[in-house]
Design a protein. Structure first.
Ligand code: SF4
Ligand code: SF4
Length: 169
């Protein structure tokens, strides 16, 4: 597995190749088959991978907390909703969602754990979305994840092998 510290630089070097493979998939891949392939590599490569040693996603994005999570998150941290919002969040007026004030995410702890524990937002649980349906229509978001997430990077490389995609020199 590629090191978390190297994934962004390596993915950028392969930007052209990765875009070409995206176009290849759009033209040649079957939607259902591709979802199964993504899902297979997702299970295989995340199995036994310790995300707490990486946390690139938490470091490179702010956390996004849906309004409906605020009450239980505040309860979990034993504070009022007002204090919770004031301490950690700001409202994105365009999307209407709460984002953490800072990037890296304010809930990221020094030990790599999330302060929200099992209550972490669904978007964080699902990241990098490589086992979600309809990947054929979300390949740009896959490409974004390939620049951040070591597992997404490796999944994309495995798919290139699986499709016999000729890499650029
Ligand atoms: S989901 Fe990806 S980027 Fe996030 S911690 Fe795990 S390996 Fe790293
Ligand atoms: S809420 Fe937790 S899991 Fe989500 S980005 Fe922040 S630290 Fe990471």
């Amino acid at each position: 597995m590629i090191e978390p510290s190297e994934v962004n630089a390596q993915a950028r070097k392969k930007e052209n190749e990765n875009m070409k493979f995206r176009a290849f998939l759009k033209n040649h891949a079957d939607e259902e088959t591709l979802d199964k392939q993504f899902s297979k590599w997702h299970q295989k490569l995340f199995e036994g991978y310790d995300c707490s040693k990486c946390r690139n996603c938490c470091k490179m994005y702010s956390g996004s907390v849906p309004k409906e999570d605020i009450r239980k998150d505040a309860e979990y941290l034993q504070m009022t909703e007002e204090t919770f919002i004031k301490r950690y969040l700001c409202l994105d007026s365009i999307t209407g969602t709460f984002e953490t004030i800072h990037t890296a995410c304010d809930f990221l702890q020094k030990n790599g754990e999330c302060l929200l524990g099992d209550l972490k937002p669904e978007s964080c649980v699902k990241y990098p979305y490589t086992d979600q349906p309809e990947r054929l229509y979300s390949l740009y978001s896959v490409l974004e994840a390939v620049e951040v997430c070591p597992v997404a990077y490796e999944i994309y490389e495995q798919l290139k092998n699986e499709y016999g995609f000729k890499r650029l020199r």
